[in-house]
Design a protein around this ligand. Structure first.
Ligand code: PLP
Length: 366
């Protein structure tokens, strides 16, 4: 990113400085595309946005408002999506779409509800790959394939923000038409994301922009590109994709170490068996999440109560309620997330600080 500051041109400018920036932008697009398993991107297949939230808004609103939109009205999603999906779907609900939220109790998708809605009225399926609070990994490939078999025109969107470079997949293996990713989940800078768009969506003109202006990003996302952010995103994607073979088992081993050390303690684990390696959700015995969070922070350990994205939400996490926890348990839960840079010593320090917190922190009386 520091080097990229020297390429100060605007990629839309026609002079040499602009052409230089445009070349850099093209290379970044190729690098992020390659991390998604797509070596040869067509124009419009990888759109840079200001964050994952914007990429998802473009996917959902852009599909619903496309001129060539079908008359089908049902949108299938889960009851534990990130607010960037859920809140846009609420908007579409107000506009007349029928949104069906499939239960993810225990981190497992309710296939009976999915089956019941696989018909020709299915307009869109939007499901996350990995849940950001519980770590549950949903079988989206299977759902997208089933949806397509029932309604060939269906548009499949996947919020892969938490799964990108954390669980193995490619754009092709997911089978989604639209895939949201974000830089800051893979050690890139905050404030930059991307939407992958399938060739079919482009050919059939199924996606409309919702930011209008100078026509950047192939006309799908107007606004001057955040070049430094995009360069950082591409560098992070390249680095993470290059180390997947070691980083995934490493994070899985850290997670196993944490879970093993909590066995027999008063802490209960929420993370389901089919989960990404980097997230562990746990519930404390009658200790408020925030109380333990601050205790751990005092030991230099930074975790979250739910997810950072929902830290401003009032009340217990809707994701944990959907998972099956009651309000009290949800209010006493923590999300631990590992990075490939964490070590066994970090896990041991966490376990020691948790044990200390269990002994010393004030308990809530229910
Ligand atoms: N989707 C999931 C599952 C997330 O965890 C997040 C953010 O943490 C987002 C979407 C939103 O991404 P961004 O923060 O880049 O808008």
């Amino acid at each position: 990113m520091c080097d990229a500051m020297a390429h100060y041109g605007n990629p839309s400018s026609l002079h040499a400085l602009g052409a230089d920036a445009a070349r850099l932008l093209k290379q970044c697009r190729a690098d992020v595309g390659e991390a998604l398993g797509e070596r040869f991107l067509k124009d419009g297949q990888l759109l840079f946005t200001s964050c994952g939230t914007e990429a998802t808004a473009l996917a959902l609103l852009g599909t619903a408002r496309a001129k060539s939109r079908r008359v089908a009205r049902t949108i299938l999603t889960t009851d534990s999506e990130h607010p960037s999906v859920e809140n846009n779907l609420k908007l579409l609900e107000k506009e007349g779409f029928c949104v069906v939220r499939v239960s993810t109790r225990g981190g497992v998708l309710d296939m009976t509800t999915v089956q019941a809605h696989l018909n020709s009225d299915l307009f869109m399926v939007s499901m996350m790959l990995v849940n950001n609070e519980t770590g549950a990994r949903y079988p989206v490939e299977q759902i997208f394939a089933m949806a397509r078999a029932a309604s060939p025109e269906v548009v499949c969107h996947c919020d892969a923000v938490q799964g990108f470079l954390k669980v193995p997949f490619t754009a092709r293996s997911l089978g989604a038409d639209l895939i949201t990713v974000s830089a800051h989940k893979i050690h890139g800078p905050k404030g930059v994301g991307a939407l992958f768009v399938s060739e079919r969506m482009l050919k059939e003109r199924r996606l409309s922009p919702f930011l209008f202006g100078g026509g950047q990003e192939f006309g799908f996302r107007s606004g001057t590109e955040n070049m430094l952010g995009i360069v950082g995103f591409a560098a992070a994607a390249k680095a993470c994709a290059g180390s997947l073979r070691t980083s995934l088992p490493h994070m899985a081993a850290l997670s196993a170490r944490l879970r093993a050390s909590l066995e027999g303690s008063e802490i209960t684990l929420n993370t389901p068996p089919v989960a990404a390696p980097h997230i562990v959700s746990l519930t404390l015995p009658q200790i408020k999440s925030e109380t333990m969070l601050h205790h751990l922070a005092a030991h230099g350990i930074y975790v979250s109560a739910g997810s950072a994205c929902s830290a401003h939400a009032k009340g217990p996490s809707s994701v944990l309620l959907a998972f099956g926890l009651d309000g009290a348990a949800a209010a006493s839960s923590l999300r631990i997330s590992f990075s490939p840079e964490n070590t066994e010593d970090d896990v041991d320090a966490l376990c020691a600080a948790l044990a200390d917190g269990l002994k010393t922190l004030v308990r809530i009386k229910h």
